[in-house]
Design a protein around this ligand. Structure first.
Ligand SMILES: Nc1nc2c(c(=O)[nH]1)N[C@@H](CN(C=O)c1ccc(C(=O)N[C@@H](CCC(=O)O)C(=O)O)cc1)CN2
Length: 288
């Protein structure tokens, strides 16, 4: 048996079609959704991602502003800009592309963004709401994974989900979203002993470690759903995930490709969150 591919581009297109309609309706009501993206420094991968975010916004009729700073910008200048954007009524979503240079506190940056405009879903208030199952902006990559599971008809309830990775933006929220849907969740990480003994139990395995092709057939259970969040270069400089696609494809039931899997969903859920923010603002304006 060969695994069925979970096509992130196709799922994204369908979600974006629906969002385009909502954007048109919001625009007609004087609430055109606007996203501000802040890029610090000139990391080529970050530039690719922010360019893609801008293009995706414009393709569905949203406004998108890119604010660029050199790598040596002061923390104060960056935080002042965020404060200014918090007060700008034409902006419904604000994000600072990560990673940022080490002289700037990521925590301060995230906490300066108003929770109402935190379309990345990284602010502790929004993380707390997610953890307690309240309606909020969900972190885009794990949110995208949940949408992919829904699309292929996989209900996490009662399944054993194993997450490899414990980053604040992917691993930790991924486990929480699966738990919210009644999965039994195990987190594995760099200090986990005998990784394979856990991953082999997974009905749903999410790899988010940043190590090229580390998940092999021997790590997975026959018929598992394998979600690859990795974005690495292989020995030939070619983009690849954390999962060895060729090795696992005849053992998994479902598999996300890299590229074309989780990546496009991350941007789609950012659009979703920004449209939701504009809708929230309209509801506030109308006293709903
Ligand atoms: N503020 C944020 N910073 C970062 C986030 C984030 O969600 N918010 N996530 C990642 C980067 N990222 C979005 O910002 C991102 C990464 C990859 C993709 C993507 O579509 N990848 C393509 C391949 C692209 C290529 O060819 O290089 C794919 O998988 O098909 C989108 C968004 C870290 N920073």
């Amino acid at each position: 048996m060969t695994a069925e591919l979970i096509d992130g581009k196709k799922i994204s297109q369908e979600i974006r079609k629906g969002l385009e309609k909502e954007v048109a309706e919001l625009t007609a009501k004087g609430m055109k959704p606007g996203l501000a993206v802040i890029l610090v420094g000139d990391n080529p991968a970050s530039r690719t991602y922010v360019t893609s975010k801008q293009k995706s916004c414009r393709a569905i009729g949203m406004e998108s502003v890119l604010i660029e700073y050199p790598a040596d910008v002061s923390e104060k200048e960056l935080l002042d800009k965020i404060t200014e954007l918090n007060a700008d009524d034409s902006i419904h979503g604000i994000l600072v592309q990560l990673p940022i240079p080490p002289h700037i506190s990521e925590t301060k940056v995230i906490e300066t963004i108003s929770p109402e405009k935190d379309v990345d879903g990284f602010h502790p208030i929004n993380i707390g709401k997610m953890m307690t199952g309240q309606d909020t902006f969900l972190p885009c990559t794990p949110f995208g994974v949940m949408e992919m599971l829904k699309y292929i008809g996989i209900n996490p309830e009662g399944k054993h989900a194993v997450i490899i990775g414990r980053s604040n933006i992917v691993g930790k929220p991924m486990g929480q979203l699966l738990l919210n849907e009644n999965a039994t969740v195990t987190y594995c990480h760099s200090r986990t002993s005998d990784l394979q003994s856990f991953t082999k139990q997974a009905d749903i395995l999410v790899a988010a470690v940043g190590r090229a092709k580390m998940v092999k057939a021997e790590h997975i259970k026959q018929g598992a759903v394998i979600i690859d969040v990795g974005m690495n270069k292989d020995e030939h400089g070619k983009l690849c995930g954390d999962v060895d696609f060729e090795d696992v494809k005849d053992k998994a039931a479902y598999l996300t490709p890299v590229p074309g899997g989780v990546g496009p969903m991350t941007i789609t859920m950012l659009l979703y969150n920004t449209v939701k923010s504009a809708q929230n603002r309209l509801n506030d304006r109308n006293g709903n």
